[in-house]
Design a protein around this ligand. Sequence first.
Ligand code: FRU
Length: 473
Amino acid sequence: MRDAIEVKSLQKEFDWHRPVYHFMPEKNWINDPNGPIYFNGEYHIFYQYNPNGASWGNIHWGHASSTDLVHWRVWPIALFPSRELGEEHCFSGCVVINKGVPTLFYTSIGIGERDQVSGAQQWMATSEDGMLTWKKDKNNPILTDSIHGETVIKEWRDPFVWEDHGAWYMVLGGSHDGRGCVLLYRSHNLIDWEFLNKIMDGPEFTWECPNLFRLGTKHVLIYSPGGPVRYHIGTLNDDFTFTDESEGWIDRSGWEGYYAPNSLVDYKGRRIMWGWLTENPRGKWEKDWAGVHSIPRILSLGDDNRLRMHPAEELTLLRRNHLHLTDLQLTDQEMDINIKGPSLEILAQVQLIDSASAVYFKVLRSVDGEEETVISFDPQTGKIAIDREKSSLSDLPHKTILTGSINTEGEFVTIHIFVDHSVIEVFADYQECISTRVYPTRENAVNVSIHGDIGKLTILNSFDVWELGSMTD
Ligand code: FRU
């Protein structure tokens, strides 16, 4: 057995934290997914990117594409700040197809009067070469804050545009009177816009990266309020107000994992969403890369008028070695699973019987158990947790426990877990997700085990584990 490697030397040599099937470029900083779009048979995704280093700054748009949502090709930088026009950063935005022409909207940020607090502008660009390069429109800025008249909006950014019944609509995030908000606009030509309404606000100082779209017979509004990303389900009324019927979390982790998601509709009509898996939990552990994107989630509406989030079925392309068990009776005895690795998928169906205790899934576990991340689910309370207390022997990474909770009705609950070196994504019955980051120090932290609680019996109707391949395989 190997001894723990000293963290100091790890910081130079050991880059075992790099995920293999979660999207990230070769190096440097990335944050929000931008402008996801399905175009000419390919999924394209852009992202906030600093080509000069692994910390936030100097924001460009990176670009990648995929035919299957799993294998990604990284393209040269798509969008550069126009310094000659006073632009320092190209903040988040979207891409739409206007009469066959890819058209991009983003927030242009400069310095001084053009800073992000009160000087943001919304700019447009088009592409004629399959989205590799973009030409900024001569009408820029397309929207300035004068569009709000007397109403003062700060931190105004992150356009999300869609077409409905022959008109274009846009939502932007911002801050009004110190409250985060989502604002709605309309245009008939993508150039001239009118401000329609502030459709929702809340106590957080600012709301970022709104998405608003139809899902079945409802509208879904998603935003990132500087903490766990939320959704609201309801109706966007003809008078441009939003009637809110239910709400929930896209992900419970916030800065500990999942932020600023963005979405597209593909040729199958699926609403697919990616989030930015932040590197915040890594603490001061320096590397030449930071940030990765979540796996793609498919959004749908449940009978309870709340969101359901499923991993895209294409992810099954990554599956390699497999273990399948049925009717597994768990006690407090730890059961070692003989599929192991840093990149795994675990799928468990937990029976909802009266006697059931919590079930504990241990992943990224060192041979001696000194390092492990424990994902637990309690059928009695519906509570789901990711316990990172022992995830790393290094004291640099964050170690708080992340929790969520789901409704437990019916006969069983599905717990679906994705592990990828430093990424953990948990789908709790597809009702709630927790995505976070962990940074083990030991290369042998690849084991999996499960157990229940003392004196109780928990039954897993089925339990599957797969080793997963990489996005470049
Ligand atoms: C969200 C965000 C956006 C902004 C971008 C800047 O993470 O703050 O609001 O456009 O990141 O990189």
